[in-house]
Design a protein around this ligand. Structure first.
Ligand code: PEP
Ligand code: MN
Length: 375
């Protein structure tokens, strides 16, 4: 059960004290506080955990300081969509709105290799009106002898170039909690020219200690990739770990499942789950066509499979696209064969626009159909 308190409630006030005293007297109930400090107001929510079936919504609603009560199902308490739950399905980060109603493209390097490639990538993004990118500095590799990413040494020039080219958010994977401190230090050092979305990769979806650490900070939003060999429910619970620790700025990423049933694609594309995640939770949903498909194979019309699955995900309502590009894919140190080329960027973005327009038309069509059939 969630008690949503009156906005800007003062923790020193009498009503707040009375409420907390009452809650602490309830048998077998623990409380967990969540405070969201926004630009306009501070919202406080009290999560009641334990034997909440004995509590009535009406009784709780009448307690001092309580504005609204939501009875949550057991699953995904913070991130889930519950009955009578009108909590927002978006967050704002660095001036950008990330929600179940928006769409952002994060085109960029799978792995940072040279300052020259980073600069060429970001320049192309700016020329095409883009303010988000992906830049891998810490790479989890299957083979211990493969390039592991430049790590913290590349962060200052990546962030400076981001500032130069107007990039507002960089999606960047972290594989260890110390990487968050390294990112924060490099941002401070360079004068905070950009924002970072921490990415938890598919190999770490169930690294619970990492999830707790990343969830405990609220500075950076998080892109959590679905685990490649676990159920959707298990991956959604992993996202809930982040939120239960305090960070609700979470985007859920679909990136394909590891099975040879998906051959010849690198992974079995799972973008049919876009609407499922949006229905079960309040998270925006990201698709990663590059790591799903893994090649530049094309159909007889010349349309790349990567672009087909991107369109499929967007037509189904995806809110973010994470996609590998490289100025010189042959020289890429990681995942060159699946990278799109810079000259393909405007073409790719136009294809995205067409798919998004189709999605919006489908939403309008459905609204019209529902209105007519209910009258
Ligand atoms: C990536 O996005 O660079 C990556 C390694 O993805 P995943 O964790 O989905 O394999
Ligand atoms: Mn990759």
């Amino acid at each position: 059960m969630i008690l949503i308190l009156t906005p800007n409630i003062d923790p020193e006030s009498n009503e707040y004290r009375q409420l907390m005293e009452h809650l602490s007297s309830l048998p077998n109930i623990q409380t967990r506080l969540h405070r969201e400090v926004g630009t306009q107001q501070t919202l406080t929510e009290v999560y009641l955990v334990g034997d909440t079936t004995q509590l009535s919504v009406e009784d709780m609603q009448s307690l001092p300081g309580v504005e609204r009560v939501v009875r949550v199902s057991e699953e995904y308490r913070v991130l889930g969509r519950h009955r009578n739950d009108n909590r927002p399905t978006f967050f704002i980060y660095n001036g950008l709105h990330f929600g179940q109603d928006s769409l952002h493209v994060f085109a960029g390097l799978c792995a940072v290799d040279t300052p020259e490639h980073v600069e060429r990538m970001m320049k192309a993004l700016q020329e095409n009106g883009q303010v988000c990118t992906r830049m891998g500095a810490y790479k989890p590799r299957t083979n211990p002898y493969s390039f592991q990413g430049h790590g913290k040494s590349c962060l200052p020039y990546v962030f400076e170039l981001a500032g130069k080219y107007g990039i507002k958010v960089i999606a960047m994977e972290v594989t260890h909690e110390t990487h968050i401190d390294e990112i924060r230090e490099a941002l401070d050092l360079t004068g905070n020219p950009t924002g970072i979305m921490l990415q938890i990769g598919t190999r770490n979806t169930q690294n619970f200690e990492l999830l707790k650490k990343v969830g405990r900070q609220q500075e950076f939003p998080v892109l959590l990739k679905r685990g490649f060999g676990i159920t959707l429910e298990e991956s959604l619970n992993a996202a809930e770990y982040l939120a239960s620790e305090g960070n609700r700025k979470v985007i859920f990423g679909l990136r394909g499942m590891k099975t040879n049933m998906g051959d010849p694609h690198r992974n079995f594309v799972d973008f049919a789950h876009v609407p499922v995640v949006k229905r079960l939770t309040r998270m925006p949903v990201c698709i990663d066509p590059s790591h799903s498909v893994g090649t530049r194979a094309a159909d007889p019309d010349g349309i790349l499979d990567i672009m087909h699955v991107t369109a499929q995900g967007i037509v189904a309502g995806a809110n973010m696209v994470l996609v590998d590009f490289h100025p010189d894919p042959k020289k890429a140190l990681v995942d060159g064969p699946q990278a799109l080329r810079l000259e393909e960027l405007p073409y790719f973005l136009e294809d995205v626009r067409i798919a998004r327009e189709a999605y919006e038309k489908r939403v309008a069509l459905t609204r019209e159909f529902r209105e007519n059939s209910s009258s």
